[in-house]
Design a binder for this molecule. Structure first.
Ligand SMILES: NC(=O)c1ccc[n+]([C@@H]2O[C@H](COP(=O)([O-])OP(=O)(O)OC[C@H]3O[C@@H](n4cnc5c(N)ncnc54)[C@H](OP(=O)(O)O)[C@@H]3O)[C@@H](O)[C@H]2O)c1
Length: 243
């Protein structure tokens, strides 16, 4: 296929879906949406209706090495290559550190950090062979600055920053770039879980006085994919919250 084959993990909703919509606006991109459960035909149709171009779906749990390996292999078998990988899949299990179980710590590390490692590892092998490709990872301001109640999440998102910089250094030898985005408070199912009080406290603290839109993260991902001279960087998109 002539088009740029782009896989976005956890892309059936939220920031991942907005990124899929944005990248599919360009007819040179062929977008593949990963979800960790099989979507119904209705769900797939409703996603397809939002896209400008034809897309494909692939099911798999990013935290499982065998799923990551299978997904990348299937894509390469079907489309011949993978040009861009957006590691977007992520979860939260917030609790104060002293009350957080080891299981909860491991769950979040496993999906967010190990998942990003698994997918990147198999994609990088293919990209390095082709001497081209880009991997964009979803970090968070919580990974750069920490956050109360997010020991597991901030550790995972901080790990993603180190991973991104390492992929950038190893990948550069063979034409592969990697960058990360560190969103602040973005309106999705993830932040809908916050109480009204916490949400409005955040809104007051954010200099631009509002949560971000998933589309604003999608635009940043698109920029980081398309600029050939940016690698190993983390772009914060948070309305000024961490100034
Ligand atoms: N929203 C924010 O304010 C914010 C801020 C900073 C960073 N982020 C990061 O941005 C990314 C997207 O977040 P979002 O706000 O769009 O959250 P979201 O709406 O909850 O979307 C997360 C997606 O990841 C999928 N997912 C979870 N575990 C997975 C797994 N093991 N394998 C494959 N997919 C999996 C989810 O699928 P299911 O729904 O089926 O579980 C869901 O589609 C995450 O990495 C998040 O940490 C978000």
């Amino acid at each position: 296929m002539d088009k740029k084959i782009t896989l976005i993990t956890g892309a059936a909703k939220g920031i991942g879906l907005a990124t899929a919509v944005k990248l599919a606006e360009d007819e040179n991109n062929f977008v593949i949406i990963n979800s960790h459960r099989d979507l119904s035909d209705d769900e797939k149709n409703s996603i397809k209706e939002q896209m400008n171009n034809e897309i494909d779906f692939i099911v798999g749990d990013v935290s499982k090495d065998e799923d990551a390996n299978r997904m990348i292999s299937e894509i390469v078998e079907k489309y011949g290559q993978i040009d861009a990988l957006v590691n977007n899949a992520g979860i939260t299990e917030d609790k104060l550190m002293t009350r957080m179980s080891e299981e909860s710590f491991e769950n979040v590390i496993s999906t967010n950090l190990v998942g990003t490692f698994n997918m990147s590892k198999y994609a990088l092998k293919v990209m390095q062979k082709k001497r081209t490709g880009v991997i964009i990872n979803m970090s968070s301001i919580s990974g750069l600055h920490g956050n109360v109640g997010q020991a597991n999440y901030s550790a995972s998102k901080s790990g993603i920053v180190g991973l991104t910089k390492t992929i950038a250094q190893e990948g550069a030898l063979r034409g592969v770039r990697s960058n990360a985005v560190a969103p602040g408070m973005i309106r999705t199912a993830m932040t809908d879980k916050l109480s009204d009080k916490i949400a409005s406290d955040f809104e007051n603290k954010i200099p631009l006085k509002r949560f971000g839109k998933p589309e604003e993260i999608a635009e940043t991902v698109q920029f980081l994919i398309s600029n050939d001279y940016i690698t190993g960087q983390v772009i914060t998109v948070d309305g000024g919250l961490t100034i």
